[in-house]
Design a protein around this ligand. Structure first.
Ligand code: GRF
Length: 194
């Protein structure tokens, strides 16, 4: 597979709070010649986020911000991103809600992946709620981030069939496989339309 040197790509930051499987997947995607992004910064609110290890592994800068004071954290992040000329943000399992003010600095340039077929099942514990409600389908959605939780314009969705024996863990695993396919596709779709 052809690997690019990263020139002329849109400088991107990925925000994470946990495992970072989507982060790893996006980093691999960003290294392809045809990828429109280069990942220059990994940001986390959680110093224990397992995904931070991918920074070391792929030689990408990581930074952890304390969101107990969200205002201060966002100001510092903004200044950090400006210095690095980053103008595209991918949220990948980032568990903090960004303020309206922060989002306004990146109009239409912050996107998120959510493990449900939005607008259904916004928020947390998605898989548990889906199973409890005996849904036949769930899935994942990539959307633009606005000031309302999981409510911005939808870029792409992927539907997943729920089997009779499904539990929230097996469903999460099934959907994560689709997330890894959907997120790069959604990035290409969005950035080619700008
Ligand atoms: C994913 O299911 C994503 O949709 C949700 O949080 C999970 C993060 O997983 N927002 P990972 O950290 O990328 O492995």
């Amino acid at each position: 597979m052809a690997i690019s040197t990263g020139t002329k790509k849109i400088k991107t930051a990925v925000f994470i709070s946990g495992t970072g499987s989507n982060l790893e997947n996006l980093i691999k995607f960003s290294k392809l010649v045809k990828s429109p992004i280069s990942i220059e910064q990994i940001i986390s609110d959680n110093p224990k986020a397992k995904g931070l290890k991918f920074g070391k592994y792929f030689k990408i800068k990581t930074a952890v911000y304390n969101f107990r004071n969200i205002n201060k954290a966002e100001k510092e992040i903004l200044s950090d991103l400006r210095k690095k000329k980053i103008n595209f943000i991918c949220l990948a399992g980032f568990m903090k809600i960004l303020s309206k003010k922060f989002i306004q600095n990146f109009r239409g340039k912050i996107i998120n992946i959510h493990p449900s077929l939005l607008p259904k099942y916004k928020g947390l514990n998605t898989h548990q709620r889906v199973i409890k409600n005996k849904e036949n389908f769930s899935g994942c959605t990539v959307h633009i981030v606005n000031s309302k939780l999981d409510a911005g314009k939808i870029i792409l969705k992927k539907k997943v069939k729920i089997s009779k024996k499904e539990n929230s863990k097996s469903l999460a695993r099934k959907i994560l496989i689709q997330e890894h396919k959907l997120y790069p596709r959604a990035i290409k779709k969005l950035l080619s339309s700008l």
